[in-house]
Ligand binder design. Structure first.
Ligand code: EPZ
Length: 429
């Protein structure tokens, strides 16, 4: 086990390069199964979740080769429809295997994804989509068992109590592209990662209209070809570095980022006094040296609303903003596991239902803290970068699931952050 040791209060400066998007790459690994031909994915982030997905796809029978740090070749000529429990249970995102297995093989057996600390992770909308396409779906001994011999195009409404579903939309699209007839998906998610998946599927020969909107129209085809596809940059990683610059009152340049994917975030930053602008193509600059951060309000919503995957990081930033900030979760109402750990660092945060009120302008004090999930890990690191003294972030295996070389990239921006063995954790503080 390792921990991250951070010495805070160092303004960040310099340039950072964003890796490929985890939430685009994972469904795209699954999408390669839709064809019996070889596909190549480029700009894939180096993450444990990606390694897991590669292992799962290999267990299904595909020939999987990592050609270099960011390039994978997948040859799914012969695959099984049963996903392995031991691997799937480790990663929720493996639920997006359902769509391609149903589309290609007309059957699937995928273990139910476990819950996690950010909240319940139901799959009722995934089931609704597959049943809408004529599949018979049963939950049997913790597995989702799908029989789709009568798969056919249909009209599906994917809206749920918390808005659209990202991986549910991926599954619906990947089943529909090989379903005879036409499919209309209403209330589809339109995150950039969904757009990127559709663009990859079109390269494979899929017929999809309405890409980027909440209404998709798909004409099923008999088979799809392999393709070579480059994963889009990770907008959440990019915004996390922007917040790292803001919370340390630094100035940085973030390369390999699509500013158009971060509209709501960039707007929030500029309103709160952090100068974020896209200075060059695929680059954003963050200047906060001279600015004092004003309090802000965040309400998380499906895209193009404010991303729930940035709420925890903004909670840390709010500790340094002047005044009281309010952050409300409309996607995962209980996604506040980072709050108790921020309180250990001297934060002044109170909870009211799915909202937290953060009293800013305080001095964060370094402390030993425990990561609980991917984005909470990032929030605690950001708080450590701004805190007086040393912060020790434990259980950083959560971080390694979704941030590629996080501490190395922060070191390159001047942060005093180091990955050390758990044994280095002081016995007392
Ligand atoms: C994707 O998860 C992302 N993961 C999450 O990122 C992200 O937080 C989430 O979308 C929302 O943007 C990947 O893409 C791999 P949802 P997903 O289905 O698809 C409810 C990260 O940190 N819902 O869009 O699992 C659900 O409870 C991760 O990178 C149903 O009610 O999320 C939630 O309230 C965390 N029924 C809302 O919809 C369903 O069948 C959005 O969930 C499915 C979802």
């Amino acid at each position: 086990m390792e921990v991250l040791r951070i010495c805070g209060e160092i303004p960040l400066h310099g340039e950072v390069y964003v890796s490929g998007s985890k939430n685009a790459a994972l469904p795209q690994f699954a999408a390669t199964l839709l064809s019996h031909e070889k596909s190549i994915l480029k700009n894939v982030p180096d993450l444990s979740d990606v390694q897991f997905m590669g292992e799962i796809i290999s267990e299904l029978g595909a020939d999987v080769n990592q050609l270099d740090k960011t390039t994978w070749e997948i040859n799914p000529a012969n695959i099984s429809h049963c996903a392995p429990y031991e691997l799937v249970r480790k990663m929720r995102a493996s639920i997006c295997l359902l769509g391609p297995l149903v589309g290609r093989l007309r059957k699937a057996e995928v273990p139910m994804p476990g819950g996690c600390v950010i909240g319940q992770r139901p799959i009722d909308l995934h089931v609704r989509a597959l049943e809408g396409l004529g599949a018979n779906v049963e939950l049997d001994k913790g597995k989702v068992v799908v029989d789709a011999m009568n798969l056919r195009g249909s009209h599906i409404f994917l809206g749920g109590r918390n808005g659209s579903t990202v991986t549910g939309t991926s599954n619906a699209i990947m089943a529909a592209v090989l379903a005879p007839g036409s499919t209309k998906i209403e209330s589809a998610a339109c995150e950039p990662e969904i757009i990127d998946l559709c663009n990859m599927l079109k390269k494979m020969g899929a017929k999809i209209k309405g890409i980027g909107s909440h209404i998709l129209e798909i004409d099923g085809v008999n088979q799809l070809q392999g393709c070579t596809h480059e994963v889009i940059p990770d907008r959440i990683e990019a915004a996390t570095y922007a917040i790292a610059a803001a919370i340390t009152k630094g100035n940085i340049l973030i390369n390999n980022v699509y500013a158009e994917h971060l509209g709501s975030f960039i707007n929030l930053m500029n309103i709160s006094g952090v100068a974020v602008s896209n200075s060059e193509i695929n680059q954003i600059s963050v200047k906060s040296e001279q600015q004092s951060i004003q309090s802000f309000e965040v309400i998380t919503l499906p895209y193009p609303g404010f991303p729930t995957d940035l709420q925890a990081q903004c909670c840390a930033l709010a500790c340094k903003a002047k005044g009281i900030s309010i952050l409300t979760e409309r996607v995962y109402p209980s996604r506040f596991m980072h709050v108790p750990e921020l309180l250990r660092m001297g934060a002044d945060i109170s909870m009211e239902g799915a909202s937290c009120m953060v009293k800013g302008g305080i001095n964060l004090i370094g402390a030993p803290v425990m990561a609980s999930d991917l984005r909470a890990s990032a929030a605690l690191i950001l708080a450590g970068l701004a805190a007086k003294g040393k912060t020790w972030v434990q259980r950083i295996y959560h971080l390694d699931r979704g941030y590629d070389s996080f501490e190395k990239k922060l070191q390159a921006l001047g942060a005093n952050i180091e990955r050390v063995p758990q044994s280095k954790l002081p016995k007392s503080f």
